[in-house]
Design a protein around this ligand. Structure first.
Ligand code: NAD
Length: 442
Protein backbone atom coordinates (compact mmCIF):
# COMPACT_ATOMS: atom_id res chain seq x y z
CA UNK A 1 0.00 0.00 0.00
CA UNK A 2 1.46 3.44 -0.81
CA UNK A 3 2.55 5.51 2.14
CA UNK A 4 -0.03 8.30 1.84
CA UNK A 5 -2.87 5.78 1.81
CA UNK A 6 -1.21 3.83 4.63
CA UNK A 7 -0.94 7.01 6.69
CA UNK A 8 -4.55 7.85 5.89
CA UNK A 9 -5.66 4.49 7.25
CA UNK A 10 -3.46 4.77 10.34
CA UNK A 11 -4.65 8.32 11.07
CA UNK A 12 -8.26 7.24 10.58
CA UNK A 13 -7.71 4.43 13.05
CA UNK A 14 -6.14 6.78 15.58
CA UNK A 15 -8.97 9.28 15.16
CA UNK A 16 -11.45 6.44 15.66
CA UNK A 17 -9.68 5.41 18.87
CA UNK A 18 -9.56 8.98 20.10
CA UNK A 19 -13.28 9.54 19.73
CA UNK A 20 -14.16 5.98 20.71
CA UNK A 21 -15.93 5.29 17.44
CA UNK A 22 -15.36 3.35 14.23
CA UNK A 23 -14.47 5.48 11.21
CA UNK A 24 -15.94 4.13 7.99
CA UNK A 25 -14.27 4.89 4.68
CA UNK A 26 -16.30 4.05 1.60
CA UNK A 27 -15.23 0.69 0.21
CA UNK A 28 -15.74 2.14 -3.30
CA UNK A 29 -12.41 3.88 -2.84
CA UNK A 30 -10.84 0.44 -2.95
CA UNK A 31 -13.04 -1.60 -5.18
CA UNK A 32 -11.55 -1.03 -8.64
CA UNK A 33 -8.76 -3.63 -8.26
CA UNK A 34 -5.69 -2.41 -6.47
CA UNK A 35 -2.68 -0.87 -8.22
CA UNK A 36 0.54 -2.58 -7.02
CA UNK A 37 1.29 0.33 -4.67
CA UNK A 38 -2.20 0.04 -3.17
CA UNK A 39 -1.77 -3.56 -2.19
CA UNK A 40 -1.74 -4.42 1.49
CA UNK A 41 1.70 -5.49 2.73
CA UNK A 42 1.45 -8.52 4.98
CA UNK A 43 3.98 -10.48 6.99
CA UNK A 44 3.49 -14.03 8.24
CA UNK A 45 4.86 -14.98 11.66
CA UNK A 46 4.77 -18.77 12.25
CA UNK A 47 4.78 -20.34 8.80
CA UNK A 48 4.49 -24.11 9.03
CA UNK A 49 0.88 -25.22 8.72
CA UNK A 50 -2.13 -23.00 9.34
CA UNK A 51 -0.21 -19.75 9.10
CA UNK A 52 0.89 -20.64 5.59
CA UNK A 53 -2.66 -21.62 4.65
CA UNK A 54 -3.93 -18.24 5.80
CA UNK A 55 -1.14 -16.42 3.98
CA UNK A 56 -2.02 -18.34 0.79
CA UNK A 57 -5.61 -17.20 1.14
CA UNK A 58 -4.38 -13.62 1.43
CA UNK A 59 -2.18 -13.96 -1.65
CA UNK A 60 -4.95 -15.60 -3.66
CA UNK A 61 -7.02 -12.42 -3.35
CA UNK A 62 -4.50 -10.57 -5.53
CA UNK A 63 -4.72 -7.63 -3.10
CA UNK A 64 -1.69 -8.48 -1.02
CA UNK A 65 2.11 -8.35 -1.12
CA UNK A 66 3.87 -10.79 1.19
CA UNK A 67 6.82 -8.66 2.31
CA UNK A 68 8.12 -10.88 5.13
CA UNK A 69 8.08 -14.43 6.42
CA UNK A 70 9.23 -15.17 9.96
CA UNK A 71 9.81 -18.53 11.61
CA UNK A 72 12.14 -19.83 14.30
CA UNK A 73 12.69 -22.97 12.22
CA UNK A 74 14.89 -22.09 9.24
CA UNK A 75 13.85 -25.30 7.43
CA UNK A 76 10.20 -24.22 7.51
CA UNK A 77 11.16 -20.68 6.53
CA UNK A 78 13.12 -21.75 3.45
CA UNK A 79 10.48 -24.23 2.33
CA UNK A 80 7.67 -21.66 2.61
CA UNK A 81 9.74 -18.93 0.94
CA UNK A 82 10.17 -21.27 -2.03
CA UNK A 83 6.44 -22.01 -2.08
CA UNK A 84 5.57 -18.29 -2.09
CA UNK A 85 7.98 -17.76 -4.97
CA UNK A 86 6.68 -20.75 -6.96
CA UNK A 87 2.98 -20.13 -6.35
CA UNK A 88 2.83 -16.35 -6.33
CA UNK A 89 6.07 -15.04 -7.82
CA UNK A 90 6.87 -13.05 -4.67
CA UNK A 91 10.13 -13.04 -2.70
CA UNK A 92 9.50 -11.94 0.89
CA UNK A 93 12.38 -11.07 3.23
CA UNK A 94 13.07 -13.85 5.75
CA UNK A 95 13.33 -13.44 9.53
CA UNK A 96 13.83 -15.55 12.65
CA UNK A 97 12.88 -12.77 15.09
CA UNK A 98 9.37 -11.34 14.77
CA UNK A 99 10.47 -8.07 16.43
CA UNK A 100 12.52 -7.25 13.34
CA UNK A 101 9.42 -7.74 11.20
CA UNK A 102 7.42 -5.38 13.40
CA UNK A 103 10.12 -2.71 13.05
CA UNK A 104 9.40 -2.51 9.31
CA UNK A 105 7.34 0.56 8.51
CA UNK A 106 6.00 -0.94 5.29
CA UNK A 107 4.19 -3.86 6.98
CA UNK A 108 0.45 -3.10 7.15
CA UNK A 109 -0.75 -6.36 8.67
CA UNK A 110 0.64 -9.48 10.28
CA UNK A 111 -0.71 -13.00 10.32
CA UNK A 112 0.13 -14.91 13.51
CA UNK A 113 0.36 -18.66 12.86
CA UNK A 114 2.55 -19.64 15.83
CA UNK A 115 1.50 -22.07 18.58
CA UNK A 116 -0.99 -20.55 21.03
CA UNK A 117 1.50 -19.62 23.78
CA UNK A 118 2.99 -16.97 21.48
CA UNK A 119 -0.20 -15.29 20.25
CA UNK A 120 -0.56 -12.63 22.95
CA UNK A 121 2.95 -11.25 22.95
CA UNK A 122 3.23 -11.00 19.17
CA UNK A 123 -0.30 -9.62 18.76
CA UNK A 124 0.15 -6.89 21.37
CA UNK A 125 3.54 -5.84 20.00
CA UNK A 126 2.13 -5.83 16.46
CA UNK A 127 -0.79 -3.63 17.52
CA UNK A 128 1.50 -1.22 19.33
CA UNK A 129 3.66 -1.04 16.20
CA UNK A 130 0.56 0.03 14.24
CA UNK A 131 -0.10 -3.23 12.40
CA UNK A 132 -3.48 -4.84 11.84
CA UNK A 133 -3.53 -8.47 12.91
CA UNK A 134 -5.01 -11.79 11.83
CA UNK A 135 -4.35 -14.01 14.84
CA UNK A 136 -5.10 -17.71 14.78
CA UNK A 137 -7.43 -19.31 17.29
CA UNK A 138 -7.64 -19.93 20.18
CA UNK A 139 -6.91 -16.26 20.66
CA UNK A 140 -4.47 -17.08 23.47
CA UNK A 141 -3.52 -19.92 25.76
CA UNK A 142 -4.74 -18.26 28.98
CA UNK A 143 -7.57 -16.04 30.19
CA UNK A 144 -5.18 -13.28 31.29
CA UNK A 145 -3.63 -13.06 27.84
CA UNK A 146 -7.06 -12.88 26.17
CA UNK A 147 -7.95 -9.91 28.38
CA UNK A 148 -4.75 -8.09 27.45
CA UNK A 149 -5.38 -8.70 23.74
CA UNK A 150 -8.89 -7.23 23.88
CA UNK A 151 -7.45 -4.11 25.49
CA UNK A 152 -4.54 -3.87 23.02
CA UNK A 153 -6.77 -3.91 19.93
CA UNK A 154 -8.84 -1.08 21.43
CA UNK A 155 -5.99 0.98 22.77
CA UNK A 156 -4.07 0.96 19.49
CA UNK A 157 -7.16 1.15 17.26
CA UNK A 158 -6.20 -1.88 15.20
CA UNK A 159 -8.29 -4.20 13.06
CA UNK A 160 -7.94 -7.66 14.61
CA UNK A 161 -9.51 -10.78 13.14
CA UNK A 162 -9.36 -13.95 15.24
CA UNK A 163 -9.14 -17.13 13.13
CA UNK A 164 -12.53 -18.57 14.09
CA UNK A 165 -13.40 -18.80 10.41
CA UNK A 166 -16.80 -20.45 10.94
CA UNK A 167 -18.00 -16.87 11.60
CA UNK A 168 -17.50 -16.34 7.85
CA UNK A 169 -19.13 -19.56 6.64
CA UNK A 170 -22.40 -19.63 4.73
CA UNK A 171 -23.52 -22.77 6.57
CA UNK A 172 -23.19 -21.15 9.98
CA UNK A 173 -24.42 -17.70 8.92
CA UNK A 174 -27.54 -19.34 7.46
CA UNK A 175 -27.91 -21.55 10.54
CA UNK A 176 -27.82 -18.48 12.78
CA UNK A 177 -30.42 -16.79 10.58
CA UNK A 178 -32.71 -19.83 10.83
CA UNK A 179 -32.30 -20.01 14.63
CA UNK A 180 -32.63 -16.28 15.28
CA UNK A 181 -35.65 -15.92 13.00
CA UNK A 182 -37.51 -18.30 15.33
CA UNK A 183 -37.88 -21.23 12.91
CA UNK A 184 -36.88 -23.79 15.55
CA UNK A 185 -38.86 -21.95 18.25
CA UNK A 186 -37.24 -20.98 21.53
CA UNK A 187 -33.69 -22.32 21.66
CA UNK A 188 -33.44 -24.58 24.69
CA UNK A 189 -30.20 -26.51 24.34
CA UNK A 190 -27.04 -26.64 22.19
CA UNK A 191 -25.31 -30.02 22.10
CA UNK A 192 -21.75 -29.97 20.79
CA UNK A 193 -19.66 -33.05 20.12
CA UNK A 194 -16.11 -33.48 18.94
CA UNK A 195 -14.32 -36.82 18.55
CA UNK A 196 -11.05 -36.99 16.68
CA UNK A 197 -8.21 -39.50 16.81
CA UNK A 198 -5.58 -36.77 16.82
CA UNK A 199 -6.84 -35.57 20.22
CA UNK A 200 -4.92 -38.41 21.89
CA UNK A 201 -1.57 -36.81 21.06
CA UNK A 202 1.36 -38.75 19.66
CA UNK A 203 3.32 -41.85 20.61
CA UNK A 204 5.90 -40.95 23.30
CA UNK A 205 9.49 -40.58 22.12
CA UNK A 206 12.66 -39.77 24.11
CA UNK A 207 14.11 -36.28 24.34
CA UNK A 208 16.55 -35.64 21.52
CA UNK A 209 18.97 -33.00 20.21
CA UNK A 210 17.39 -29.86 18.77
CA UNK A 211 17.13 -30.28 14.97
CA UNK A 212 19.48 -28.20 12.82
CA UNK A 213 18.05 -24.85 11.87
CA UNK A 214 15.65 -24.64 14.85
CA UNK A 215 15.96 -21.86 17.46
CA UNK A 216 14.31 -23.94 20.15
CA UNK A 217 14.75 -21.39 22.94
CA UNK A 218 12.87 -18.87 20.81
CA UNK A 219 10.20 -21.47 20.00
CA UNK A 220 9.66 -21.94 23.76
CA UNK A 221 9.64 -18.16 24.28
CA UNK A 222 7.56 -17.35 27.38
CA UNK A 223 6.85 -21.05 28.11
CA UNK A 224 8.90 -22.98 30.70
CA UNK A 225 12.35 -24.27 29.68
CA UNK A 226 12.33 -28.00 28.84
CA UNK A 227 14.56 -30.40 26.93
CA UNK A 228 13.66 -30.77 23.26
CA UNK A 229 11.15 -33.53 22.55
CA UNK A 230 9.58 -34.04 19.09
CA UNK A 231 6.23 -34.99 20.68
CA UNK A 232 5.95 -31.49 22.15
CA UNK A 233 7.08 -29.67 19.01
CA UNK A 234 5.64 -28.90 15.54
CA UNK A 235 1.96 -29.73 15.38
CA UNK A 236 1.75 -31.83 18.54
CA UNK A 237 2.50 -28.95 20.98
CA UNK A 238 -1.29 -28.49 21.18
CA UNK A 239 -1.58 -31.43 23.62
CA UNK A 240 0.55 -29.74 26.33
CA UNK A 241 -0.66 -27.07 28.76
CA UNK A 242 2.52 -24.99 28.26
CA UNK A 243 1.52 -24.27 24.65
CA UNK A 244 -2.11 -25.28 24.07
CA UNK A 245 -5.31 -26.73 25.50
CA UNK A 246 -5.74 -30.05 23.65
CA UNK A 247 -8.75 -31.00 21.56
CA UNK A 248 -10.88 -29.03 24.06
CA UNK A 249 -9.49 -25.70 22.95
CA UNK A 250 -8.25 -26.66 19.48
CA UNK A 251 -11.74 -27.46 18.17
CA UNK A 252 -13.68 -26.17 21.15
CA UNK A 253 -13.29 -22.52 20.32
CA UNK A 254 -14.76 -23.12 16.84
CA UNK A 255 -17.74 -25.07 18.12
CA UNK A 256 -18.53 -23.33 21.41
CA UNK A 257 -18.33 -20.08 19.42
CA UNK A 258 -21.36 -21.24 17.41
CA UNK A 259 -23.34 -21.93 20.58
CA UNK A 260 -22.50 -18.45 21.84
CA UNK A 261 -23.32 -16.83 18.50
CA UNK A 262 -26.84 -18.30 18.60
CA UNK A 263 -27.55 -15.91 21.50
CA UNK A 264 -24.89 -13.28 20.74
CA UNK A 265 -23.03 -13.95 23.97
CA UNK A 266 -19.69 -12.10 24.15
CA UNK A 267 -18.66 -12.74 27.75
CA UNK A 268 -17.06 -15.55 29.69
CA UNK A 269 -19.26 -18.30 31.22
CA UNK A 270 -20.77 -17.49 34.65
CA UNK A 271 -20.74 -21.20 35.55
CA UNK A 272 -18.97 -24.27 34.14
CA UNK A 273 -19.69 -27.83 35.28
CA UNK A 274 -16.97 -30.24 34.23
CA UNK A 275 -16.28 -33.96 34.07
CA UNK A 276 -12.86 -34.86 32.64
CA UNK A 277 -10.64 -37.92 32.61
CA UNK A 278 -7.82 -39.59 30.75
CA UNK A 279 -8.32 -43.17 29.74
CA UNK A 280 -5.31 -43.49 27.42
CA UNK A 281 -2.74 -41.41 29.25
CA UNK A 282 -0.20 -44.19 29.72
CA UNK A 283 0.07 -44.91 26.00
CA UNK A 284 0.24 -41.45 24.49
CA UNK A 285 2.31 -38.29 24.91
CA UNK A 286 -0.06 -35.64 26.21
CA UNK A 287 -1.04 -33.46 29.20
CA UNK A 288 -4.59 -32.75 28.07
CA UNK A 289 -7.78 -34.77 28.68
CA UNK A 290 -9.17 -37.33 26.26
CA UNK A 291 -12.68 -37.45 27.74
CA UNK A 292 -14.66 -34.38 28.78
CA UNK A 293 -18.30 -33.51 29.34
CA UNK A 294 -18.91 -29.85 30.03
CA UNK A 295 -22.13 -28.04 30.88
CA UNK A 296 -22.41 -24.28 30.42
CA UNK A 297 -25.68 -23.16 32.03
CA UNK A 298 -26.88 -19.84 30.55
CA UNK A 299 -29.79 -17.57 31.59
CA UNK A 300 -32.30 -19.12 29.22
CA UNK A 301 -30.62 -22.13 27.60
CA UNK A 302 -27.78 -24.58 28.12
CA UNK A 303 -24.70 -25.58 26.12
CA UNK A 304 -23.41 -29.12 26.52
CA UNK A 305 -19.97 -30.02 25.12
CA UNK A 306 -19.10 -33.71 24.69
CA UNK A 307 -15.46 -34.53 23.81
CA UNK A 308 -14.05 -38.02 23.17
CA UNK A 309 -10.54 -37.99 21.73
CA UNK A 310 -9.40 -41.17 20.00
CA UNK A 311 -12.59 -42.03 18.13
CA UNK A 312 -13.95 -40.69 14.85
CA UNK A 313 -17.60 -41.75 15.18
CA UNK A 314 -20.27 -39.37 16.41
CA UNK A 315 -23.97 -38.49 16.31
CA UNK A 316 -25.54 -37.88 12.87
CA UNK A 317 -22.62 -39.78 11.28
CA UNK A 318 -20.27 -36.89 11.96
CA UNK A 319 -17.15 -36.86 14.15
CA UNK A 320 -18.04 -33.33 15.25
CA UNK A 321 -21.05 -31.09 15.05
CA UNK A 322 -23.74 -29.06 16.76
CA UNK A 323 -27.36 -29.72 17.55
CA UNK A 324 -29.48 -26.61 18.26
CA UNK A 325 -32.62 -27.84 20.00
CA UNK A 326 -35.75 -25.68 20.00
CA UNK A 327 -39.36 -26.43 20.84
CA UNK A 328 -40.40 -26.56 17.16
CA UNK A 329 -37.38 -28.33 15.71
CA UNK A 330 -33.71 -29.24 15.93
CA UNK A 331 -31.07 -27.82 13.61
CA UNK A 332 -27.99 -30.00 13.17
CA UNK A 333 -24.94 -28.36 11.62
CA UNK A 334 -21.31 -29.01 10.76
CA UNK A 335 -18.95 -27.26 8.34
CA UNK A 336 -20.51 -28.92 5.29
CA UNK A 337 -24.23 -28.94 5.94
CA UNK A 338 -27.20 -28.15 8.11
CA UNK A 339 -30.52 -29.92 8.47
CA UNK A 340 -33.58 -28.73 10.36
CA UNK A 341 -35.60 -31.68 11.74
CA UNK A 342 -39.13 -30.48 12.60
CA UNK A 343 -40.98 -31.62 15.74
CA UNK A 344 -44.42 -33.14 15.19
CA UNK A 345 -47.55 -31.33 16.43
CA UNK A 346 -49.89 -34.15 17.49
CA UNK A 347 -52.96 -31.92 17.89
CA UNK A 348 -52.65 -30.36 14.45
CA UNK A 349 -51.24 -33.54 12.94
CA UNK A 350 -48.62 -31.46 11.18
CA UNK A 351 -44.95 -30.54 11.58
CA UNK A 352 -44.33 -27.62 13.90
CA UNK A 353 -41.92 -26.01 11.44
CA UNK A 354 -40.63 -26.58 7.91
CA UNK A 355 -37.85 -29.06 7.18
CA UNK A 356 -34.73 -27.40 5.77
CA UNK A 357 -31.55 -28.84 4.31
CA UNK A 358 -28.41 -27.34 2.82
CA UNK A 359 -25.26 -29.32 2.10
CA UNK A 360 -23.00 -27.21 -0.06
CA UNK A 361 -20.39 -26.21 2.50
CA UNK A 362 -17.92 -23.71 1.15
CA UNK A 363 -14.34 -22.70 1.82
CA UNK A 364 -14.42 -20.44 4.85
CA UNK A 365 -10.82 -19.41 5.47
CA UNK A 366 -10.90 -17.38 2.25
CA UNK A 367 -14.12 -15.58 3.26
CA UNK A 368 -12.64 -14.86 6.69
CA UNK A 369 -9.52 -13.41 5.06
CA UNK A 370 -11.66 -11.37 2.62
CA UNK A 371 -13.51 -9.90 5.59
CA UNK A 372 -10.20 -9.04 7.30
CA UNK A 373 -8.82 -7.31 4.20
CA UNK A 374 -12.06 -5.39 3.67
CA UNK A 375 -11.95 -4.21 7.29
CA UNK A 376 -8.33 -3.12 6.95
CA UNK A 377 -9.54 -0.79 4.21
CA UNK A 378 -12.78 0.39 5.79
CA UNK A 379 -11.66 0.30 9.45
CA UNK A 380 -14.87 -1.52 10.30
CA UNK A 381 -14.92 -4.27 12.90
CA UNK A 382 -14.28 -7.73 11.44
CA UNK A 383 -16.71 -10.61 12.01
CA UNK A 384 -14.50 -12.15 14.72
CA UNK A 385 -12.96 -9.36 16.80
CA UNK A 386 -11.02 -10.04 20.04
CA UNK A 387 -14.17 -9.83 22.22
CA UNK A 388 -15.59 -12.86 20.39
CA UNK A 389 -12.23 -14.62 20.44
CA UNK A 390 -12.02 -14.01 24.18
CA UNK A 391 -15.53 -15.30 24.93
CA UNK A 392 -14.92 -18.57 23.07
CA UNK A 393 -11.44 -19.00 24.54
CA UNK A 394 -12.66 -18.39 28.10
CA UNK A 395 -15.33 -21.09 27.74
CA UNK A 396 -12.78 -23.73 26.78
CA UNK A 397 -9.99 -22.57 29.09
CA UNK A 398 -12.30 -22.54 32.11
CA UNK A 399 -13.39 -26.12 31.40
CA UNK A 400 -9.72 -27.14 31.19
CA UNK A 401 -8.87 -25.22 34.37
CA UNK A 402 -11.71 -26.93 36.26
CA UNK A 403 -10.37 -30.32 35.18
CA UNK A 404 -6.77 -29.42 36.02
CA UNK A 405 -7.51 -28.20 39.55
CA UNK A 406 -10.09 -30.92 40.22
CA UNK A 407 -13.16 -28.71 40.66
CA UNK A 408 -16.47 -30.00 39.31
CA UNK A 409 -18.03 -26.54 39.23
CA UNK A 410 -16.33 -23.22 38.65
CA UNK A 411 -18.06 -19.86 38.97
CA UNK A 412 -16.59 -17.02 36.96
CA UNK A 413 -17.00 -13.27 37.58
CA UNK A 414 -16.44 -11.90 34.11
CA UNK A 415 -16.39 -8.23 35.11
CA UNK A 416 -13.65 -8.80 37.68
CA UNK A 417 -11.87 -11.58 35.81
CA UNK A 418 -11.70 -14.04 38.66
CA UNK A 419 -13.23 -17.25 39.94
CA UNK A 420 -15.42 -16.69 42.98
CA UNK A 421 -15.26 -20.25 44.31
CA UNK A 422 -11.70 -21.50 43.75
CA UNK A 423 -8.36 -19.89 44.58
CA UNK A 424 -6.57 -22.82 42.94
CA UNK A 425 -8.34 -21.95 39.69
CA UNK A 426 -7.47 -18.25 40.07
CA UNK A 427 -3.80 -19.23 40.04
CA UNK A 428 -4.19 -20.34 36.43
CA UNK A 429 -5.82 -17.14 35.13
CA UNK A 430 -2.63 -15.18 34.45
CA UNK A 431 0.43 -17.01 33.08
CA UNK A 432 3.96 -16.66 34.37
CA UNK A 433 6.29 -15.81 31.50
CA UNK A 434 9.78 -17.24 31.39
CA UNK A 435 12.40 -14.49 31.48
CA UNK A 436 13.36 -12.40 29.59
CA UNK A 437 9.85 -12.45 28.09
CA UNK A 438 7.34 -10.24 29.89
CA UNK A 439 3.57 -10.47 29.90
CA UNK A 440 2.49 -7.27 28.11
CA UNK A 441 0.79 -4.54 30.14
CA UNK A 442 -1.93 -2.41 28.60
N1 NAD B 1 -8.42 -21.85 12.21
C1 NAD B 1 -8.17 -23.13 12.07
O1 NAD B 1 -8.99 -23.89 11.55
C2 NAD B 1 -6.85 -23.67 12.54
C3 NAD B 1 -6.43 -24.94 12.12
C4 NAD B 1 -5.16 -25.39 12.56
C5 NAD B 1 -4.39 -24.59 13.41
N2 NAD B 1 -4.87 -23.38 13.81
C6 NAD B 1 -4.06 -22.54 14.72
O2 NAD B 1 -2.93 -22.07 14.00
C7 NAD B 1 -1.82 -21.91 14.91
C8 NAD B 1 -0.64 -22.71 14.38
O3 NAD B 1 -0.97 -24.08 14.37
P1 NAD B 1 -0.20 -25.09 13.41
O4 NAD B 1 -0.95 -26.35 13.38
O5 NAD B 1 0.06 -24.38 12.12
O6 NAD B 1 1.18 -25.25 14.22
P2 NAD B 1 2.62 -25.72 13.64
O7 NAD B 1 3.37 -26.24 14.80
O8 NAD B 1 2.43 -26.60 12.47
O9 NAD B 1 3.28 -24.35 13.10
C9 NAD B 1 3.66 -23.31 13.96
C10 NAD B 1 4.86 -22.61 13.35
O10 NAD B 1 5.17 -21.48 14.18
C11 NAD B 1 6.61 -21.43 14.31
N3 NAD B 1 6.93 -20.63 15.49
C12 NAD B 1 6.86 -20.96 16.80
N4 NAD B 1 7.20 -19.92 17.58
C13 NAD B 1 7.51 -18.90 16.74
C14 NAD B 1 7.92 -17.55 16.93
N5 NAD B 1 8.10 -17.02 18.15
N6 NAD B 1 8.16 -16.78 15.85
C15 NAD B 1 8.02 -17.29 14.60
N7 NAD B 1 7.62 -18.56 14.36
C16 NAD B 1 7.35 -19.34 15.42
C17 NAD B 1 7.02 -22.88 14.36
O11 NAD B 1 8.39 -23.05 14.10
C18 NAD B 1 6.12 -23.48 13.29
O12 NAD B 1 6.70 -23.36 12.02
C19 NAD B 1 -2.32 -22.38 16.26
O13 NAD B 1 -2.72 -21.30 17.03
C20 NAD B 1 -3.50 -23.27 15.92
O14 NAD B 1 -4.46 -23.37 16.95
C21 NAD B 1 -6.06 -22.92 13.38
Amino acid sequence: MNSSRRNFIKNSALAATAIGATTVISSKVWSAGPAPSDKINVALIGCRNMGFGILSNHLNTGQVNCVALCDVDRNVLNEKAQAVKNNHGQEPALYGDYRKVLERKDVDAVIIGTPDHWHCLIMVEACSAGKDVYVEKPMANTIGECNIMVKAAKRYGRVVQVGQQQRSSKIFNDSMHVIKSGKIGTLRKVNIWVNFNYGLGTVPVPDSPVPDGVDYDFWLGPAPARPFNPARFHGSWRHYWDYGGGLMSDWGVHLVDMGLWAKDITTGPPKVITFADNFSKADMARDTFDTMNIIYPKDDFVIHYDLTAGIEQGPFDSSYGLQFIGEKGTLVADRNKYHLYPEWDGRKNAPKTEELHFDKGNETHRQHVDNFLECIKTRQTPVCPPEIGRAAALHVHIANIAARVGETTLEWDDANNRFTNSEKANELVVPEYRKPWKLPEI
